[in-house]
Ligand binder design. Structure first.
Ligand SMILES: [Zn+2]
Length: 222
């Protein structure tokens, strides 16, 4: 495989998080995420978030929540979340802004001032979901817990983790080196600062703080 054509993906992960569709009640993101909070979480909430670090069910509910409703003529509640292919469908269902593009094979979608490749976006979500599902590496979930406690919402946390995965895939391809877990661990410790720097590079949102971005995201159609 040649890497001559490998370029840093144009896809930006730093875009407003979208709401999960009909997520089940076991959505740990809701525990930590108060929509407009800018200050650190109250210590009690941090403890509440940290407590589900010990439960596989809750970690997996964060990775790919139980969902109801129809997507692509499939009843989501019947899907087996232990199955990777089924998890892909659930992840796609959580991205209504891509449904039309995914169905028609469209390669670029403009969302929130950023150009997104929906196939790549879903693929990176899948990697993150699979790693969280298996808790391997455990630093993915540990980082997610830390970011939830800091007040970030579930889908945004998934995008933050995906930004690390995406950068790692790019580095491995560009340098023709194997995947380096230490590089991933180091990148995870850089969150959320690396994410906020990436945010600052998006012109539309450059001057917004986190709560303003969330308000803007809520006004956009989902
Ligand atoms: Zn997403």
């Amino acid at each position: 495989m040649t890497t001559a054509g490998v370029q840093r993906p144009k896809t930006s992960w730093a875009r407003p998080a979208t709401r999960a569709v009909k997520a089940g009640t076991a959505d740990p993101g809701r525990v930590a995420a108060s929509p407009d909070r800018c200050s650190p979480a109250h210590p009690d909430e941090v403890r509440a978030v940290a407590s589900f670090a010990v439960s596989d069910d809750e970690r997996q509910a964060f990775a790919v929540p139980f969902a109801e409703g129809e997507y692509d003529e499939i009843e989501l509640s019947l899907l087996d979340r232990d199955d990777e292919d089924n998890r892909r469908l659930l992840i796609q269902a959580e991205h209504p802004e891509f449904h039309q593009a995914l169905a028609s094979g469209q390669r670029e979608v403009h969302v929130g001032g950023a150009t997104v490749n929906p196939v790549l976006h879903i693929a990176m979500h899948e990697i993150v979901a699979n790693q969280l599902w298996a808790n391997d590496p455990p630093e993915m979930w540990e980082t997610a817990v830390r970011l939830l406690a800091a007040g970030y919402e579930r889908h945004e946390v998934l995008h933050m983790l995906a930004s690390v995965v995406s950068a790692e895939v790019f580095e491995a391809l560009r340098n023709q080196t194997p995947h380096e877990i230490e590089r991933v661990r180091a990148a995870l410790t850089e969150l959320p600062d690396s994410w906020e720097r990436q945010r600052a590079a998006i012109p539309e949102e450059r001057h917004m703080n986190r709560s303003e971005r969330r308000a803007a995201a809520r006004k956009r159609p989902h």
